[in-house]
Design a protein around this ligand. Structure first.
Ligand code: PXP
Length: 238
């Protein structure tokens, strides 16, 4: 199975915002990623708009030719924006409004009723839905009940444990990905994936549909350049 690379461009927006003008231009960066082979663009607008602004999402939707994935906590403002902008995919995360970055998956049991309504609303608007989740059977079963199209595994713990014991680090994800196959949930993954740990993750999770990668990708661009970094990541995936 081919695994899609969706480039998270939050950090490019952060650089732009630090100067108050439009440099670097995130629309150009997104289309250059696509030109070099990326399969999608991901953004994660946060309530303080410290990197991606809500207006960026509308501009990106007009310009992205592959797939736009918008991540975020489903408060009223976020949901209104997503329904108006209609990205191809919306990944719901349980972040607190002031979170530095996503650091946990949904408790899909506790939030089942709320998430079921939100997922249905997004799907009625033609948007594919993914839920950010830890690799635990009980949360996957509840995610299936919620009727989400996909889940995105929170891979932070895998990445942190990879250099110590990669077999141990991947083990819960293998079990969880097999379970997703059995119950009919699509599998995405993201957080702290990089040039060192991505190939092993992909080899061990054959039903991986998409990864979204931002922080390490942008760091790699500083050393190798965007036109090289997209193919470097793509080679690890396929
Ligand atoms: N997935 C989610 C839900 C995220 O919040 C982030 C970070 O914005 C990522 C994936 C990408 O993580 P990273 O920047 O570490 O590649």
């Amino acid at each position: 199975m081919l695994t899609k690379l969706s480039v998270n461009i939050n950090k490019i927006a952060l650089l732009r915002n630090s100067r108050g003008n439009n440099v670097p231009d995130i629309l150009k960066f997104a289309s250059d990623c696509e030109a070099y082979g990326a399969d999608g663009i991901t953004v994660h607008p946060r309530p303080d708009e410290r990197h991606i602004k809500y207006t960026d999402v509308f501009d990106l939707k007009k310009n992205v030719r592959t797939e736009l994935n918008v991540e975020g906590y489903p408060d009223e403002k976020f949901l209104r924006m997503v329904i108006d902008a209609k990205p191809h995919q919306c990944t719901l995360v349980p972040d607190a409004p002031n979170a530095l970055t996503s650091d946990n998956g949904w408790d899909t049991i506790l939030h089942q009723v709320q998430l079921k309504e939100i997922v249905a609303l997004l799907q009625e608007n033609g948007i594919r839905v993914s839920l950010f989740i830890n690799p635990e059977k009980k949360y996957l079963d509840a995610a299936k009940e919620i009727n989400t199209d996909r889940i995105e595994f929170y891979t932070g713990p895998y990445a942190h444990h990879y250099s110590i014991d990669r077999e141990d680090a991947i083990s819960p994800f293998i079990q969880a990905a097999k379970h997703c196959l059995e119950i009919g949930l699509g599998v995405n993954a993201g957080h702290d994936l990089n040039l060192d740990n991505l190939a092993f993750f992909k080899q061990q999770i054959p039903n991986l549909l998409e990864v979204s990668i931002g922080h390490a990708f942008v760091k790699d661009c500083l050393y190798y350049g965007l036109e090289n970094v997209v193919p470097m990541y793509k080679r690890l995936l396929n």
